[in-house]
Every structure is written in C-alpha cells, then in structure tokens.
Design a protein around this ligand. Structure first.
Ligand code: AP5
Length: 594
C-alpha cells in the first residue's frame, strides 16, 4: 500500500509530471492505486505532491536601506554518474561516510523491489535481468518520492544512477530538482567489463567487493557473497551500449556543473578528488548562508535573483558593473580549476578570463575585479597552508621608455591596502612581490603573477623566465597574461629572440579560459561564450534570448583543444565537424587582448 507523506506548514502542492503518467486510462498497468511500493516510499496523491519551500530561511526587515540576513541553510545535492561498474556505488559509500548525504541509488531501490516481490519489482525484473533500462515512469516516480522525504531535504542527497535518459533528466528539471554538482566517473570500457564480472555483493552489510581488486576480509564473508544477475560479460556490454547512447543527452542538461573524474585509479585517490569538490561546495554554501545585503528590494527578491536563475554561464554579462553573484561565480570557477591543476602537480599555469570587467580594452574595465580574483585565489591556497607570493611587475625600461603598462599602474599599492582578512595571512602566508628571479625566496610555495605584460618597447619575458627558473617545481600561475610582442615606440616589432620568447610564453598550460563571443569587430550583442576549466574540455555556448525576455546559454559543443574560429562557425551553424569550411567566419573573438 502507498503511505501518505506528512505535510508541512511551508509546503506547496504542485503537479508532478512523472506521476501523472500513472493515469489509469493512459497506462492501465501502472495505475497507482494498484501499484505496491515497498514501505519506504511516501506518496500523497497521483497528481499532487508536496515540495517544501525550505530553501531560504529569512529574517525580513521590510524597510529599504536596512541590512538583513538571508540564510540559505541548504544541504548538498549531488548526482553521480558513469558507465556500469565505473565505481559509483563504491564512491557513494565513501561520500556518505564523510558527508552524511542520503544515498539514493535507483539500482538498489529497484533490486529491493525485486527481492520484496512487489509489483514494481516484478515489472522491473525482466528489464534489469536483460540489462535494459526500466521504464522511465517507474523509476522517476520512485526517485521523486524518495527525494521528497524529510531526511533527503534535511541532510542533502546523493543521487546514483539517475537520471539515465534525457526524459528522466527533463522530469527533474520540470520539478526544479537540480543538483549542485554532476560528477561523472570516467573509466575505459575494457576495465568496466572486468570490474562487473569480478564484482560480488555482501547481502548482510551491502558492501561491494571485487574478487581481485577488493577481496573480502574473511572466509566467512566470502562464503555469503552474491553475484548480480546482470553482471555477465554479455549483459555488461549491452548495459554499456545503452549508457553510451544516453550519456551525451543527459550531460547536456548538466554541462555547467559537470565534473568529469578519472575513475581508473585507486578508489581512495578518486575519492580525494570528489572530497575536494564537495568540501569546496560546502564551504561556498556556508559562506553564502549568512550574507549581509543592502536591502533595496526585499529578501525574497534577493533569493530569487541569485545564481539559481542563471545556473551555468551567468546571464546579463553586458550589465556593468557585474553583480556580486556574477563576480563570485567567476572567482569560484577560476579557483576550482586552479586548485585542481595545482593538486595534479601542474606548475606552469595561466588563467585567461575575459568578461567585460576584466577586459582592459573596454571602458568598463575594473581593476578591483582583477584584484578580488587574485585575493580569492591567494587566500584559498594560503588557507591550505601554502605560502603564496602575489607578484606585480615593476617599472621597466630606461629613460623616456621607463614605465609600466597603464593597466597595472597603482596595482601594487591597491594590493597592499586591500583587506586580506583578520587572520594575519598578509605578511605570513601571503606576500606581495615583483617579477624577477630575486623575488623568489626559499620559503615561498607558489607564485601568482598579476597580468604580466610587455610594455611599449619593453619585454617582460626575460624577467619572467628568470623567475620561473628560480621557482623550479613550485607552481607559477599567470592571471590574464598579455605576452604578445608589442611594437617599439617607432612602431617596429622587436625581433631579437622573438621566437624563443613566444615559445616560452606558450609553455604555460591553460587551467582556465573564458571568453565571450561577438560578431567580428563588435562588442554587442554577446553571441556566445567559450569556457574551459582544468582538466576538462573547452565548452562552446550560444546565448539565446527567450520569448519571456530572459536569456540563457545553450551548450553547443565541446572541444579537446581551444576551438578555432572555423570550428566555432560550424558549431553555430549546426554543421558537423570537419566539413568543408567557408573561407571567413561570421564570429570573432572579442578582441586580441591576450
Ligand atoms: P545500477 O545498479 O545503477 O547499475 P550500473 O549503473 O550499471 O552501475 P553498477 O552498480 O553496475 O556499477 P557502479 O558504478 O555502482 O560500480 P561499483 O561501485 O559497484 O543499475 C542496475 C540496473 O537497474 C540497470 O541496468 C537498469 O536496468 C536499472 N536501472 C537503474 N537505474 C535506472 C534508471 N535511472 N532508469 C532505468 N533503469 C534503471 O563497482 C563495480 C566493481 O568495480 C566492484 O566490484 C568494485 O569493487 C570495483 N571497483 C570500484 N571502484 C574501483 C576502483 N577504483 N578500482 C578497481 N576496482 C573498483
């Protein structure tokens, strides 16, 4: 029998699409009144469902101009995906241990139904045993019911094995159920088959073993292990095929929050990556949970205008100055990419971020945004116990050519006077320096170089090279470098050693790239964007105006290398890759600033 969910004073009744499919005339065999779930699900009525608007706890002070606190005590919401046997269940055990999330595995829920012999279980069995997907309406109903339970709302959830089709992903979108992060475990096919065939489950503890990789701890456990009916080589191949057919369509729904993780490493190492990502998310959520805001509108408006709305590439990037949410999105995005690269042992890195406020060729350029970005990165590494030197180049050249690029004038002073927090980081874990070999001290763990660039007639590369040589294996991160040659005062390019300089400039690996796309020669309207965060591919987005007047970014394609203008043209025109290209493109990068 179906149990009834307890109601709440802050709940809102909404129509639930997946359950609407249980309409008796449409799908008689799935009429809810005749279905039996095992007792762990709660349910209100076939067509209505209670979702609790518990996201935002507000202390609203209705007068304008007063400060209020918006507290968003929202727990983590995580989706984990990957091919059969990519290690989702194994990682979920570790995630639950550390973060206490409610683990919702559709595979486990379905297996429980099968072993309880419920009607759902009997229906699902034939699909599961043949390695096919169980019909969407059955699985979606199970998941949404489970997600609506109080424990999932309070502790947060970890959804494993759902969504598995585009329709399933859309069902969640329609219900406004969206994760904070979409983790994809990436494992080569040949490894997957071996993992499935060697997998054994302990029916007593639920623990997952592998005969070779993770053998049971004792003979007693070994004796009671069971093999899953769908773990034969033949069925695994068919499950893998189905996974591949659906993967791209699902990931397009979550492209802006996708984190692909190499799942072909020891499970503890994989977990380290996941742990880092989730801890970072949690930190961000906590930081946002009590946020002083100047109240010009009431707090509810504030909550509804936050990043939930733009999810992915922030919209309204032409509105200057950028909102705090937009800046925070980019600071966060850059920080995560940089942290991942440094944790992977990368030492020569560059960040290139070109939003209007960080484009020195636009009137709206804001040096404060660059400084804040640098501060976020430096403080975060300092937080991890690293001694960070933040470096701004000094004056170069002699005589009439002495000076520094306009973009950097006064930056060092700004850095020194900035608020670096009350924890005494400045002067201990964070130091300010210049660019050059003598700036490298033994105690420095890493270096952040603020927009290093050539000045008219003067080249920064030699100082930069001397500095990186002295830094050895310690990370050096260039933020918005401009290392192209600039002409001398006579208009002539310096040619001596030019090739070597450019080769050196190119030796820094991109760990973050963001650039807006416009029609060639214009800076309005924004047509799309390219984004890359280490270690993932370049993502190409198209900006779309919706009939409601809102805008959104739609993912068009991904590229292993930074896409060329021709590749961008083709993607915008919907042409398949490698087709004959027109000689010239309609799109152009914003400008040649880097
Ligand atoms: P489900 O149970 O979700 O199966 P799956 O996605 O195929 O994933 P697995 O459980 O096989 O693998 P896993 O990634 O959890 O790997 P594990 O950690 O166990 O679904 C089963 C069926 O239910 C589906 O085929 C479908 O019919 C149905 N279904 C489920 N959800 C559905 C949905 N949304 N819609 C429709 N139908 C749905 O690890 C595998 C093995 O590798 C273990 O032996 C483990 O010890 C070992 N291992 C793990 N990590 C490592 C490592 N790092 N190194 C070495 N070995 C490792």
């Amino acid at each position: 029998m179906l149990a009834t969910s307890s109601s709440s004073s802050s709940s809102t009744a909404i129509s639930l699409h997946p359950l609407a499919n249980y309409n008796a005339s449409a799908t008689p065999s799935l009429n809810p009144s005749s279905l039996s779930f095992s007792s762990s699900y709660s349910y209100l009525s076939p067509l209505s469902f209670r979702l609790h608007s518990s996201k935002t706890h507000l202390r609203i002070t209705p007068k304008k101009g007063l400060r209020v606190s918006c507290s968003t005590n929202e727990p983590l919401k995580v989706m984990i995906s990957g091919a059969p046997a990519s290690g989702k269940g194994t990682q979920c055990e570790l995630i639950v241990q550390k973060f206490g999330l409610v683990h919702i595995s559709t595979g486990d829920l379905l297996r429980a139904e099968v072993s309880s012999g419920t009607e759902i279980g009997n229906k699902a069995k034939e699909f599961m045993n043949s390695g096919r997907l169980v019909p969407d309406e059955i699985v979606t109903a199970m998941v949404t019911v489970r997600l609506s339970r109080q424990d999932a709302k309070e502790k947060g959830w970890l959804l494993d094995g759902y969504p598995r089709s585009f329709a399933q992903a859309q069902s969640l979108e329609e219900l406004n159920i969206r994760p904070d992060i979409y983790i994809v475990l990436d494992v080569p096919d040949e490894i997957l088959i071996d993992r499935c065939v060697g997998r054994r489950l302990d029916p007593v503890t639920g623990k997952i073993y592998h005969l070779k990789n993770f053998p049971p701890e004792s003979e007693e456990i070994k004796a009671r292990l069971v093999t899953r009916a769908d773990d034969t080589e033949e069925k695994v191949k068919s499950r893998l095929e189905i996974y591949k057919q659906n993967a791209a369509a699902i990931s397009s729904t979550y492209s802006s929050i996708t984190n692909k993780i190499d799942g072909n490493r020891p499970k503890e190492i994989i977990f380290k990556d996941i742990d880092f990502l989730l801890s970072q998310l949690l930190k961000d959520k906590t930081a946002k949970s009590v946020k002083p805001v100047l109240q010009t509108e009431n707090c509810l408006d504030q909550a509804s205008s936050n990043e939930e709305k733009w999810r992915g590439i922030p919209t309204r990037l032409n509105n200057i100055p950028h909102s705090r949410e937009i800046r925070n999105y980019f600071y966060d995005d850059v920080l995560q990419a940089t942290q991942r690269a440094v944790n992977d042992g990368r030492t020569r890195l560059k960040v290139e971020i070109n939003i209007p406020e960080l484009n020195p060729e636009m009137d709206v350029y804001r040096i404060g945004t660059l400084m804040e970005l640098v501060r976020v990165i430096a403080l975060s590494f300092a937080d991890d116990g690293k001694r960070v030197k933040v470096c701004v180049q000094g004056s170069m050249g002699e005589g009439a050519l002495a000076g520094m690029p306009l973009q950097l004038a006064g930056t060092r002073k700004i850095l020194e006077f900035m608020d670096w927090g009350n924890y005494g980081a400045m002067g201990t874990f964070i130091k300010i320096g210049s660019i050059g070999a003598k700036e490298v001290d033994e105690e420095d763990d890493m270096f952040i170089l603020v927009a290093p660039q050539n000045a008219v007639g003067n080249c920064i590369i030699d100082d930069l090279r001397a500095m990186t040589d002295a830094a050895g294996k310690r990370p050096v991160i260039l933020i918005n470098p401009r290392l192209k040659d600039l002409p001398g005062s006579s208009g002539i390019m310096q040619t001596m050693g030019r090739d070597k300089r450019l080769e050196y400039a190119a030796s820094f690996e991109s760990c973050y790239f963001f650039r807006l796309l416009y029609y060639a020669g214009t800076q309005y309207p924004i047509m799309g964007a390219i984004r890359m965060t280490y270690p993932y591919d370049y993502e190409l987005y198209k900006r779309v105006d919706e009939p409601s007047g809102k805008e959104k970014y739609v993912s068009l394609s991904t590229f292993k290398e930074r896409p060329t203008i021709d590749e961008i043209n083709d993607a915008f025109l919907g042409k398949p890759r490698n087709k004959d290209k027109k000689a010239s493109g309609i799109w152009g990068f914003l400008s040649g600033v880097f």
